[in-house]
Write a protein that binds this ligand. Structure first.
Ligand code: NAD
Length: 541
């Protein structure tokens, strides 16, 4: 699919055209036009004034003018006024264009209009439903004739409708929306540079692309794409790699760079790299002039499914990892699967541990998908990322599903007061391993063993059957992840007592309950804690 054509949305008032047009614009990197707004610009008056001053015929003339003007511009997603197609001239103008019909029942359209106009009392009002039914009878055939695609919007969210259109257009792109302190979209696809460039330029004038050394050539390419569309300045800033970049000194160097460039409130930070980059660049954005927009472009699997999505930023201090940071939502997140091709196999495996975790805590379909992929070898699938293949589709689905799990949890509990704890499945034991190994272990590897430990504990406490633990081990092995740790119990226990979930000296673990749902449990049974440790290879003394 190319963006060299306009995409036009038709349908009754209340079909969701404006919202879906915005989301399509974000996903496809296209400007969004609403012909009603163009009419008001041309007429220099509101639509209500055009109607009252000069009547419907005059409004329809302005509308035709607005349509011609919109079609003469750069390719855009164009949301059309509900009555555009009642005019023969407009139907002719639209011939050969990509028109999508958003079909809605009059009852649902009335309900949405009632809500969107802040008049809930009008919801389901007989008058409005009758009026919309009449409009439907008059216009439905024209909508159907003009459209090359039809999407039913009843009972679907705007994101679902948008995804349906993207799928039908074979755009090979997925959309997830995160509803945290700010609502933002996550786009998952391959080859997203143009879309990123479009969004970044919508957000501000001057741009700083923050990246690690290894991505310098790609960051330069991205900066070039952004500057082709920009009237401001686009600069790169390279930080020290990985954890050495997540320091206060590094943040200071970033602030200095922004200061030298004289970047003001209309600047945008683009975080292009792994989780370390998104943590550092997110922190810079949160603190520069008390907050400028950040666009996350994660380039590792872990960055995509975890670090870039939750709206948390972080720096390390000598006292520990991620002790300084802020909750700060990005303006948008773009996960370009093509970036993953150069990742080392262990980095892919580490990211997959988080994907698997999402399968266990919320979305069983991830587990089914991974089970079928394991037979085909996940490594080779990632090697093909970027090509149009079944494998890429599967990868896109897995990444999207994992992001959706995180988005749902973060949306329900942005500031980590409760539900968000389930994202820490496997993390109590994992943090202890990381600490004892002086953070030389990949986080995902530690989480893999931590999940086995939590599951063994649940099994020891009679909450899950042994075969559930065995299945988890098999899945981890298939992904190239470890399932045991050769540590000693006193060290691990001591390290776990410093976990942030500990309350009053009692360890708490995210693990399945008898009914299968995963949540946080306090565990005081020391014998069970030790037995589970032995099961993952730990020595008792
Ligand atoms: P990372 O950013 O250090 O990346 C790992 C290595 O891969 C680095 O050397 C990096 O330069 C390199 N790299 C990045 N993209 C590459 C590519 N496409 N091809 C080849 N090499 C590439 O680490 P990570 O594993 O992505 O993320 C771990 C970090 O994320 C940790 O600092 C962790 O604390 C943080 N994190 C944050 C959150 C959060 O909610 N904020 C969540 C999870 C993890």
């Amino acid at each position: 699919m190319t963006n060299s054509q306009h995409l036009l949305l038709v349908g009754l008032p209340g079909a969701g055209k404006s919202t879906v047009a915005q989301l399509l614009g974000e996903a496809l990197g296209m400007p969004v036009i609403d012909t009603d707004q163009v009419v008001e610009q041309i007429a220099g008056r509101s639509i209500a004034e055009v109607f009252s001053d000069s009547g419907e015929a005059s409004f329809r003339e302005f509308e035709t003018q607005a349509l011609r003007q919109s079609l003469a511009g750069t390719p855009a997603v164009i949301s059309l006024g509900g009555g555009v197609l009642t005019q023969q001239i407009n139907r002719e103008i639209l011939l050969g264009n990509r028109v999508v019909y958003l079909q809605v029942t009059p009852e649902n359209a009335a309900r949405r209009l009632g809500i969107s106009h802040g008049r809930p009392l009008l919801q389901g009002s007989r008058d409005m439903v009758t009026k919309l039914q009449e409009l439907h009878n008059q216009r439905h055939a024209d909508y159907e004739t003009a459209a090359c695609l039809r999407v039913f919007t009843d009972g679907a969210t705007a994101v679902e409708v948008t995804q349906d259109i993207l799928d039908q257009l074979q755009a090979r792109r997925n959309l997830v929306q995160v509803r945290a302190e700010r609502v933002y979209s996550v786009i998952v696809g391959s080859g997203l540079e143009e879309v990123i460039a479009h969004r970044v330029n919508q957000l501000g004038k001057d741009v700083l692309v923050v990246h690690p050394p290894i991505l310098r050539p790609r960051a330069q390419e991205l900066a070039t794409r952004i500057s082709e569309r920009s009237s401001g300045s686009v600069n790169l800033w390279e930080h020290a790699d990985a954890e050495s970049g997540k320091t206060v000194a590094s943040a200071e160097a970033g602030w200095n760079r922004l200061g030298e460039l004289n970047y003001g409130r209309d600047s945008v930070i683009v975080a292009f790299g792994g989780g370390a980059t998104t943590d550092l660049a997110g922190f810079l954005a949160a603190t520069w002039l008390r907050g400028v927009p950040v666009v996350m472009c994660p380039s590792t699997l872990l960055g995509m499914v975890d670090a870039a999505v939750g709206g948390k930023t972080g720096l390390n201090t000598p006292a520990g990892k991620n002790l300084v940071g802020s909750f700060y939502s990005p303006a948008a997140v773009f996960c370009d699967l093509r970036q993953l091709v150069t990742l080392a196999p262990e980095q892919i495996a580490a990211g997959m541990a988080e994907v698997l975790k999402c399968g266990y805590i919320r979305d069983g379909r991830i587990l089914e998908k991974l089970d079928s992929l394991a037979l085909e070898n996940v490594g080779s699938i990632l090697g093909q990322a970027g090509k149009e293949s079944r494998a890429e589709l599967a990868l896109r689905e897995l990444v999207t599903r994992a992001i959706t799990v995180k988005a749902e949890v973060v949306g329900a509990d942005f500031r980590e007061s409760g539900l968000r704890e389930i994202l820490n499945f496997g993390h109590t034991f994992a943090h202890a391993i990381e600490k004892l190994e002086d953070y030389k272990w990949q986080h995902g590897f530690a989480v893999a063993v931590g999940m086995v430990y939590a599951m063994e504990l649940a099994c020891t406490l009679g909450q899950v059957e042994r075969d559930v633990v065995s299945q988890l081990r098999l899945r981890l092995k298939a992904l190239g992840l470890p399932t045991s740790y050769q540590g000693t119990w006193p060290d691990l226990y001591e390290a776990m007592l410093h976990d942030k979930k500990v309350r009053g000296g009692v360890l708490r673990f995210v693990m399945p309950a008898k009914e299968g749902a995963i949540h946080t449990h306090s565990v005081t049974d020391l014998a069970a804690l030790k037995q589970a440790a032995v099961q993952v290879g730990v020595k008792l003394a």
